[in-house]
Design a binder for this molecule. Structure first.
Ligand code: PXG
Length: 442
């Protein structure tokens, strides 16, 4: 172990922490400790400046340690550190709900707070099932997800999720089926939305509905752009046609926008960017710029009104669901500050303006050894790497370790590396990043 990379902790001191989604054995032998952050950079244990090419874990688009967010958190901790989430309120939760409503498409009106993307997924799936019961259609229970989809790690989320490695150890928990993913070799190296695939995918959706019958299906949950699976961009027209199919068959459409909400696509939401409004939209990550855990689910009035109408006497709880930390005051303060910065500094617009430059830069890697595909939208990109025989995950890991040596934090997973730039990234940083990628992959 290189002592200077462990920030002074001994090998023994590294043992107790079971790290999430991490190769624990490898990390503890060769730690990559981060000790500070500022703007688009981390500082590692050796004092090196490391470019944050995934904005944390798609969380910190505004850049790290923004003084307005830091101050909002400190001020809230001094004023009201916690208030009970059930049966009592505090003003910031109402303020933030209104802000979220303003920033999401018309037709989405009621905000339920969670603490993570996984909890947003569970909340949306439970709402969908409960909605149909309250409408008097209790057989509508089946949930449809999509291959390569990621909806967090709780049992509902992995049941509709489509990343095999996240499912295989846990068994199927909730009744679910899956659509095919939207990654086609025909669309390799497309910038933005690809051409091929919509008709075929929609036909498949129709067949799946025929198989189960719409009377048994509660909802379809998809990411407008699948992030975790390596930035999988849907073909042109796909999301609109999916919306039409859901309308035709009375199936709720849930957009999991945990990655795409609040700027990443060059708009406030993927729904806005692609002109498709779901019945339920899930958020997390960028809502507080990652500074405090928080998630949220926004629904149509139709869904909220259904629960209110079926709620019985008005002192009764209409939806028996919620978390101790739903709408946590400090998270709300961080959320209000983050959303204000996104708007005031026009960061989604900035992403839109620079996304062409970014796209050209990443696609300039086409032709490099070991690259099979490059995809991008807004400030997100995925690069599929050629695998070593029988070891699909090894090359991305090796590439990311090389990049780390060269001063770039790079996300690796499956057979891909992924980029999710801070919205404040400058052109020279994009150039630097692509140079590091070229050297690390080659
Ligand atoms: N839904 C989506 C679409 C996500 O991307 C979650 C739900 C779960 O969120 P929580 O907050 O419970 O982790 C996510 C999370 C990656 C990466 O490298 C992506 C996520 C998390 C960590 C890493 O792509 N997405």
């Amino acid at each position: 172990m290189r002592e200077n990379q462990s920030a002074g902790l001994s090998r023994e001191q590294l043992e107790a922490y079971w790290m999430p989604f991490t190769g624990n054995r490898q990390f503890k032998e060769d730690p990559r400790m981060i000790v500070a952050s500022e703007g688009n950079y981390y500082i590692d244990a050796e004092g090196r400046k490391i470019f944050d090419s995934l904005s944390g874990l798609w969380t910190c688009g505004i850049g790290h340690n923004h003084p307005k967010i830091t101050e909002a958190i400190a001020e809230q901790a001094r004023t009201l550190d916690y208030a009970p989430a059930f049966q009592f309120g505090h003003t910031k939760a109402f303020e933030l709900a209104n802000r979220v409503k303003e920033l999401t498409p018309e037709g989405l009106d009621y905000v339920f707070f969670t603490n993570s993307g996984s909890e947003s997924a569970e909340t949306s799936l439970k709402m969908a099932r409960a909605y149909w019961r309250q409408k008097g259609q209790p057989t509508k229970t089946k949930l449809i997800g999509r291959s390569k989809g990621y909806h967090g790690v709780n049992f509902g989320g992995i049941s509709v999720g489509g990343i095999g490695g996240n499912r295989k150890l846990f068994g199927q928990a909730v009744d679910a089926d899956h659509l095919s993913h939207t990654l086609f070799s025909e669309n390799a190296y497309t910038q933005g939305l690809p051409e091929y695939g919509t008709d075929h995918l929609i036909k498949e959706f129709e067949e799946l509905i025929a198989l189960h019958d719409a009377s048994n299906i509660a909802a379809l949950i998809i990411e407008p752009i699948a992030g975790s699976a390596g930035v999988v961009v849907p073909p042109k027209g796909y999301l609109k046609k999916v919306r039409e199919m859901c309308d035709k068959h009375n199936i709720l459409l849930i957009f999991d926008e945990v990655i795409t909400a609040f700027g990443r696509m060059g708009s406030m939401t993927g729904a806005e960017e692609f002109g498709v409004t779901p019945d339920i939209l899930n958020m997390a990550k960028q809502i507080t710029n990652g500074a405090i855990p928080m998630g949220a689910v926004i629904t149509s009035s139709e869904i909220y009104d259904t629960f209110m109408a079926a709620g019985g006497p008005d002192y009764m709880v209409e939806l028996p669901h919620g978390y101790t930390y739903s709408g946590h005051p400090i998270a709300c303060a961080a959320g209000l500050a983050s959303l204000e910065i996104l708007e005031q500094e026009q960061l989604p617009q900035r992403v839109k303006e620079l996304s062409g430059y970014f796209g050209d830069a990443v696609h300039s890697l086409k032709g490099s050894d070991n690259i099979l595909d490059i995809r991008n939208y807004g400030f997100a990109a995925g690069i599929t790497l050629a695998s070593y025989p029988g070891e699909p995950a090894r090359r991305p890991y090796e590439v990311a370790m090389k990049a780390w040596e060269k001063g770039v934090y790079l996300r690796f997973g499956g057979d891909c590396v992924a980029l999710g730039l801070p919205f404040t990234t400058e052109k020279h940083e994009i150039d630097m990043l692509v140079d590091v990628l070229r050297e690390s992959i080659g």
